[in-house]
Design a protein. Structure first.
Length: 259
């Protein structure tokens, strides 16, 4: 491992718009499915916003009048909306999972094809564990972003805009005062969270690469390890790496839970 000193360090990189367009190239071939997924996202985000208004009508109109028939109509509408939401969310998850897995499949093929064309000096400078992390863990993280993270961001943004419009229509002054008081604190919290979680995730990626490299070297060279009776020494090294990754993961969970 001494030969790869510094090879596991994750360097801070600036945002690269070319990388975004490169990733979008994997999405272009599935435009139709993406269009369907976006439509389900819009429906899934807008339908819940109608529920408070419907429930309010039940309390303001039908309950004071004792209109049982009207309440049954409201109950039927609520049941219909929730049933529709169930199927919409099911199809949305199915389509986004399919898209994520398909993109991951194509991305892994292209990465492996690229690795096959790299010169020998690249493999002399980079440990196998780090390369394995790029092909497996990093691609899976990207697929997870597409499958769940992107869906959550879009749906929550649509719902937030809808709620904001609803509140402005109800009482624009009170809504404006509330936003002026909460948005600065929200932006401050987001900035602190982003800085802290970026450092920890970078450390986690480095540790995963170290663990993969150590396992690869240990398994390949197991006959040498056993020949020189170094099992206990290597076990301690692996335990140290594993413990570091465990502690870093706990730190990430604490920060995620806090914010």
């Amino acid at each position: 491992m001494r030969h790869f000193a510094g090879a596991f360090d994750e360097k801070k990189r600036k945002f690269d718009i070319k990388l975004v367009f490169w990733l979008l190239s994997y999405v272009k071939e599935m435009k139709l499915l993406i269009g369907v997924a976006v439509a389900f996202l819009l429906l899934g985000a807008m339908l819940p916003m109608a529920l408070p208004e419907i429930i309010q009508r039940a309390f303001d109109i039908y309950i004071p009048q004792g209109d049982v028939r009207g309440l049954f109509v409201i109950a039927g509408i609520l049941l219909g909306i929730n049933t529709a939401l169930f199927f919409i969310q099911y199809l949305q998850v199915y389509i986004m999972t399919f898209l994520g897995q398909r993109i991951m499949y194509n991305l892994r093929l292209d990465i492996f094809s690229h690795i096959m064309r790299l010169p020998k000096r690249f493999f002399d400078r980079n440990p196998i564990g780090r390369i394995m992390t790029r092909v497996t863990s990093d691609v899976e993280a990207l697929a997870e972003l597409l499958q769940s993270g992107l869906v959550l961001i879009i749906s929550e943004s649509i719902m937030l805009v809808g709620i904001l419009i609803f509140l402005l229509l109800k009482d624009w002054f009170l809504t404006a005062v509330t936003l002026l008081g909460t948005i600065p604190l929200l932006l401050l919290g987001m900035t602190i969270f982003r800085r802290k979680i970026t450092v920890i995730y970078r450390e986690m990626r480095s540790l995963v690469a170290r663990i993969n490299a150590f396992l690869q070297e240990s398994i390949v060279g197991m006959d040498i390890i056993q020949l020189f009776n170094r099992q206990k020494r290597d076990m301690k090294r692996f335990q140290s790496l594993n413990e570091s990754y465990y502690k870093t993961t706990i730190r990430a969970l604490i920060i995620n839970g806090t914010f």
